[in-house]
Design a protein around this ligand. Structure first.
Ligand code: PGA
Length: 248
């Protein structure tokens, strides 16, 4: 049985004052049985991890460098993230793939660096609208999975997030059948590659997850939770999504 996960990606939003949300979520969902993760911008990681303490909310970063240290102005290394008390790091988000030209190989190296210091990477993959309309969604996503995920990954060291690029921040989501089709294919590929461990790796859906559509998405086959952007910025929005996950 895979433990469900609700991960919030704050992107370039949030403030010290906004970390109050961690305490609000911790008291509202102390017994959810789900992993709850907040991924704030890097400057908030240490305060967020302190605030989260040993409670039910974990903290993650939004990116890491593949190297442990060096002349990489503006970047943050995985061991630095681990030192803040964070436990997760998002890798390969489509906004980074698009803006910074991150390739599957770069995402794999970042993810391996994260695993190397005990962080769990949440590896993002997903097709563009053009690829979906051309009928290429599945082969594109499966190739991303193959090439972005490090060898030797296990259920304890990897989370995968399927995020169709055209669903991110747009209010549009795929049909539930489309989500199920992708997650079933990804599950099969993970099992083919990693054996029984492949069945333990969590598969999140991401892209315009809201309180109003969360229950339907969480009821979809092989969906183990969500990576949530806009609706993770306030407890008012994120809390009902966690509640829907708990109830699913
Ligand atoms: P969204 O973002 O929920 O605002 O669509 C999801 C993401 O980019 O992870």
């Amino acid at each position: 049985m895979r433990r469900k996960m609700a991960a919030g990606n704050w992107k370039m939003n949030g403030s010290v004052a906004g970390l109050d949300m961690i305490s609000a979520l911790a008291s509202a969902h102390s017994d959810s049985g789900c992993d709850i993760v907040i991924c704030p911008p890097a400057h908030l990681l240490m305060s967020a991890a302190k605030r989260a303490g040993t409670g039910p909310v974990a903290v993650g970063a939004q990116d890491c460098h593949a190297s442990d240290k060096g002349a990489h102005t503006g970047d943050i290394a995985a061991p630095m993230i681990a030192e803040t008390g964070a436990a997760y790091v998002i890798t390969g988000h489509s906004e980074r793939r698009e803006t910074y030209g991150e390739t599957d190989a770069a995402v794999r190296d970042k993810s391996a660096a994260a695993q190397g210091c005990g962080l769990v990477p949440i590896v993002c993959i997903g097709e563009s609208l053009e690829q979906r309309e051309a009928g290429e969604a599945l082969p594109v996503i499966r190739a991303q999975l193959e090439n972005s995920v490090p060898e030797g990954s296990t259920g304890a060291t990897l989370v995968v997030a399927y995020e169709p690029i055209w669903a991110i921040g747009t209010g549009k989501i795929p049909t539930l059948d489309q989500i199920a089709e992708v997650h079933t294919a990804l599950r099969a590929d993970l099992v083919a590659r990693f054996g029984p461990e492949g069945d333990k790796i969590r598969l999140l859906y991401g892209g315009s997850v809201k309180p109003g559509n969360a229950a339907d998405i969480f009821g979809t086959k092989d969906v183990d939770g969500a990576l949530v952007g806009g609706a993770s910025l306030t407890a008012d929005d994120f809390s009902p999504i966690i509640a829907a996950l708990t109830a699913s």
